[in-house]
Design a protein around this ligand. Structure first.
Ligand SMILES: Nc1ncnc2c1ncn2[C@@H]1O[C@H](COP(=O)(O)OP(=O)(O)OP(=O)(O)O)[C@@H](O)[C@H]1O
Ligand SMILES: [Mg+2]
Length: 314
């Protein structure tokens, strides 16, 4: 399905200004087929601006954008045929029913008429909205609208999928279904680029993480590199008695000046430490007689990595 075998997305030196605001300041990004790439970064970092440009809905002031091998600036229609787009907010098609809504996009993408009803039913079933066929779009809940937006993005079986915070309004089950859907699309060779602030979920969804900071790419990492056993994260240590834990930790950390510890309910949080370093610390605490009842990563590894990468950037 990867077609030309090249990159799904290749954007270089992308600049976009809004009046005095430089939303994108020469951003570079490449996205391969068959993987889920996560776009993370602070509010206002430029993620939505980038996704709109990749979706050919916003023109950059400078830079080049290739989507599925097409020059997206010179030939936007060809790029649009190859890509599916799910915005962070739902558009205004409120007078339409759910199937009319998908029919509208099936039409716009030139899906053969006789194929449409079957395709629409398959899409609604994919996002678990089968029961809502014939209902007006405005009667859907926020999360249901988002799932409809996902179905819309997939109408024409795009090879490149751009999603702006697709999980933000979803209930826990729908989030798991979204994760499974994105994984299976990637397994089919689709290039998925997804922005999200829910880092703990991205950890399970994404193969790669691209960090956007003040309109530029500030990091590009394989997820395995971030979440592997050599990644340094914070650890939560539980103790039956906080006193001996606090004093033993204070002694231990004299040797490890870069490690920080804080008291939390039921114990302490320490880090950043690798899994091996945490295991060593645990052994020494137990040997010192601390009644340790638990050791576990605090938050997700991606969250820790994100905080470390953005520490000095605020
Ligand atoms: N239409 C617009 N007019 C003026 N400024 C804009 C416009 N769109 C975006 N900006 C500005 O560009 C910058 C990047 O915004 P963008 O929406 O791309 O950020 P984001 O990374 O998607 O943030 P969030 O995580 O909050 O969604 C911000 O400073 C924002 O205020
Ligand atoms: Mg945004």
């Amino acid at each position: 399905m990867a077609g030309d075998g090249g990159l799904a997305i290749e954007a270089r030196g992308v600049v976009r200004r809004f009046g005095p605001v430089e939303a994108l300041r020469g951003l570079d990004i490449t996205v391969p087929y068959g993987q889920v790439t996560a776009l993370v970064g602070a509010n206002g970092a430029g993620k939505t601006t980038l996704l709109l440009i990749l979706a050919t809905l916003l023109a950059p002031d400078a830079g080049t954008v290739r989507i599925a091998g097409h020059d997206a600036l010179a030939r936007p229609a060809e790029a649009r045929d190859a890509l599916g787009w799910m915005p962070d907010a739902f558009g205004v098609y409120d007078q339409l029913t759910v199937d009319e809504y998908l029919g509208f996009f099936a039409d716009a993408y030139g899906l053969p008429k006789q194929e449409r009803p079957r395709r629409i039913r398959a899409l609604l079933s994919l996002v678990h909205l089968d029961d809502h066929l014939g209902r007006p779009v405005h009667a859907l809940s926020r999360g249901q609208k988002q799932r409809l937006g996902m179905a819309r993005a997939l109408v024409h079986r795009p090879r490149v999928l751009l999603l702006d915070e697709p999980a933000s309004g979803l209930d826990p089950r729908s989030r798991i279904e979204l994760r499974d859907l994105l994984r299976s699309l990637a397994a089919d060779g689709v290039a998925v680029l997804v922005s999200s602030h829910i880092l703990s979920e991205l950890e399970e969804i994404a193969d790669r993480v691209v960090l956007v900071d003040h309109g530029r790419t500030a990091g590009d990492h394989a997820m395995a590199e971030i979440t592997g056993t050599s990644a340094r994260v914070r650890w939560r240590i539980r103790s039956l008695d906080p006193e001996p834990l606090a004093s033993a930790l204070a002694r231990e950390l004299e040797e490890l000046p870069w490690v920080q510890a804080a008291d939390v309910a039921g114990g302490a949080e320490v880090g950043p430490l690798t899994e091996g370093e945490a295991a060593g610390l645990l052994a020494r605490l137990v040997a010192a007689g601390v009644p340790v009842s638990g050791l576990a990563p605090a938050g997700s590894a991606l969250e820790s990595a994100y905080l470390a990468m953005t520490e000095n950037r605020r």
